[in-house]
Design a protein around this ligand. Structure first.
Ligand SMILES: Nc1ncnc2c1ncn2[C@@H]1O[C@H](COP(=O)(O)OP(=O)(O)O)[C@@H](O)[C@H]1O
Ligand SMILES: [Mg+2]
Length: 406
């Protein structure tokens, strides 16, 4: 970390000098710019390792400042952290939509949060095994205890059904599904939430949350429907992250043996047994998944920022529209899963023809690291902008799904 070059862009000299001094004491090489235009020139000339900027600049909007840097090859991959006096979600979203990695609010807690983020961004360049082990133990403690299943035969719920869908693999669908599920459950601990991994031929949610056990989509579909009732799911589904998981098929060979109609029955049972049923469908738009999508209260459509995924998403959305899907049910999330470059939110909206509700910042290799350690993002990186966005998204999704139910 020492010796990394940070460019501080802030027109307020007191704040700029304070930051520069503080970062200098932490052994960073620091340079300063006092306006947006000066910042752009310095960024392109010196190619710093990171840009720390106040988004409220006298000569240029934050949108313009970030987009200009993102759209230039010299700075398209440079981590950008906004440090702002404005705590409004609107400004934070503007910055993230344009391509900033983090948005911190100037406050007493800002410096420690900044340090944590810098350590994380620069540590990401090193292999996993040199990272501090402390946090892992902390997360172990944070892991929820296995709840004792109750004896309820026929709860007769009418659970909210939320499907997670993407046009292409690798857009972060499973990662978002697991993390949002945990946050929805955490927000209402008194309810029952299940995630079913319907990505065929191999599911991945089990790997992300570290679920073990013999019960999965294949074994369940082998049982007669009468046996796989609410009680069966309460007792048999693992719960490593607060919610229960019906894991996907463990291998392609076994996936072949699943009968399509059983999936529909299983989902119906889950909806009577749980308050929330989240389905990871991945990019699996098919005869099996279409009826589930049609039945869903909310469709979380995960879009990454590369051209080809955005184009394919348009095709998927056109198809879903032709199948009578109500556009109010689509909750589109722009996830910068593939890097800092790519289309902006406005460009993606223009192509797909749907409003994008939120943008997830690019987390470098940290998202994969959290997944590999089987940890929720909000536990591993609690001060990250990604954690704030995930929490807001979880709350917003539930609100919208409930409202659409009427
Ligand atoms: N916002 C993000 N920033 C960085 N990496 C991400 C982000 N979202 C997802 N990823 C990573 O992208 C990879 C693919 O994610 P995954 O959830 O398996 O996608 P999908 O289910 O759509 O195939 C994983 O390694 C994941 O950690
Ligand atoms: Mg997946």
């Amino acid at each position: 970390m020492a010796g990394k070059h940070i460019l501080v862009v802030d027109d307020n000299s007191a704040s700029r000098v304070f930051l520069a001094k503080h970062l200098g004491e932490k052994q960073f090489a620091v340079s300063e710019a006092a306006s947006g235009k000066e910042g752009l020139i310095a960024a392109w000339r010196d190619k710093p390792d990171l840009i720390l900027f106040d988004p409220i600049l006298p000569d240029i909007t934050e949108q313009e400042f970030i987009s200009k840097l993102r759209n230039d090859a010299r700075t398209s991959q440079t981590p950008m952290i906004a440090l702002s006096a404005d705590p409004s979600p609107a400004r934070r979203q503007t910055c993230l939509n344009a391509g900033a990695n983090e948005y911190l609010v100037k406050s007493a807690g800002a410096l420690p949060a900044l340090e944590e983020i810098l350590a994380r961004i620069f540590a990401a360049e090193y292999p996993v095994d040199v990272l501090p082990k402390v946090e892992e133990n902390k997360a172990e403690e944070n892991k929820p205890e296995q709840a004792k299943p109750e004896e309820i035969k026929d709860p007769g719920k009418n659970g909210l059904l939320i499907v997670f869908l993407s046009a292409k693999g690798g857009t972060g669908t499973s990662s978002l599904c697991a993390n949002l599920a945990m946050l929805i459950q955490q927000g209402q601990p008194e309810t029952r939430l299940v995630v079913a991994d319907l990505v065929l031929p191999i599911g991945s949610i089990g790997q992300i949350i570290g679920a073990e056990g013999k019960t999965n989509l294949v074994t369940v579909s082998d049982f007669p429907p009468a046996q796989t009732n609410a009680d069966y799911f309460y007792k048999n589904l693992p719960k490593p992250w607060q919610f229960q998981l019906l894991a996907g098929s463990p291998d392609p060979q076994q996936a072949n043996s699943i009968r399509g109609e059983r999936i529909g029955q299983i989902v119906d049972t889950l909806c009577t047994a749980y308050d929330f049923v989240l389905l990871d469908i991945g990019r699996g738009l098919s005869r099996i998944s279409l009826p589930l999508i049609q039945k869903a209260d909310l469709i979380l459509l995960v879009v990454s920022t590369d051209q080809s995924t955005v184009q394919l998403t348009k095709t998927v959305w056109d198809y879903l529209q032709a199948q009578g899907i109500d556009n109010r049910k689509i909750y589109a999330v722009l996830n910068r899963a593939v890097g800092l470059e790519g289309l902006t939110k406005t460009e993606a909206e223009g192509i797909i023809g749907l409003p994008i509700k939120t943008t997830m910042p690019y987390m470098g290799s940290n998202f994969a690291l959290a997944n590999n350690l089987n940890q929720p993002i909000t536990i591993k990186y609690p001060t990250d902008t990604a954690s704030i966005i995930l929490k807001e998204t979880a709350t917003d999704m539930v609100k919208l799904a409930r409202r659409l139910r009427g």
